[in-house]
Design a binder for this molecule. Sequence first.
Ligand code: ASN
Length: 360
Amino acid sequence: KNQPNVETKNATPIVESASVANVSNAVKPNLPNIHILTMGGTIAAAGSGPAQTTGYEVGVLTPDQLIEAVPSLKDIANLTTTQVAKMDSGTSNTDAVMVKLAKEAQKTLDDPKYDGVVITHGTDTLEETAYFLDLTVHSDKPIVFVGSMRPSTALSADGPFNLYNAVALAGSKEAQGKGVLISFNDKIGNARDTFKTSTTGVDTFKNPELGYLGYMQGGKPYFYNLPVRRHTNQSEFDIRSMTEDHLKRVDIVYSHANDDRVMVDAAVSAGAKGIIHAGTGNGSVHEKTLPGLQDAIKKGVVVVRGTRVPEGIVTREKIDDDNTFVVSDNLSPQKARILLMLALSQTQDIQKIQKDFNQY
Ligand SMILES: NC(=O)C[C@H](N)C(=O)O
């Protein structure tokens, strides 16, 4: 029950598929070879009418149908596809799914015939999966995440143009070596810093304070900024030597007025090896919650002092040295969970884990 609908089939070369009427059946040697890994989400969704933008069925379009909706893709890339999952990323994404996708992306990028990868993904947890791949996949070839906010059946559906831009970006020289990118609504963000900011608006992926890396315009990327934190080829985490068993349980505990230790204790009894404390303000820990975190640490749980506030950084204070907390830097709780899981796959050493949070 509630298992993500995950399946893998062999890569289908769209260029050889007679059933795909709008896609050229000849490989054009002057165009980049881009492989699309599909995960489901609203970009592959269908509703019942032109104004339905919520409550539609997610992940129903096949990879071929996704591509058929954008006939001009054949002019910018030779495309092949693999359906890795057809999930609603808000209800069904798991660490196992992320591992499976990262392995699939690594395998594709290691194949000299491919120039880049596009991943179509639901937007709810896109930023988490994208950051996971940014930290574990080793390649300088472009890796571009894309999705949509409106289902394929809606008026002004944003999926087709988003997909066109993502394929154009993945086929560009400019996108090489910049880590995992998120291409959405004509903008290019990096996986670490970009996050979903609107429940239903099409301009949802951004980082209001730190901005974007660039724009897509006329099917071309225009870059202005570079990510400086370690990613892809410079990362110590490596999907090639990792299985889902290496990823330990990390829970997020969200603080609020009138907080207490109940949720921390629940995480510890559920077997958490790490806790991200999404504190108020600059990472404040409620006085009634603190003893719970201290007891968790005594049991060997690693606690990251983070914040529920979307902007700004949490830096080390006396409370962190007194309690051996790690601080989250400027990572959101959901991105801190990804990094802590990966850090815990290598060490329990607090200083090393803090160094990871300072570098990634
Ligand atoms: N816009 C979307 O893709 C939302 C959808 N619930 C998903 O994350 O799969």
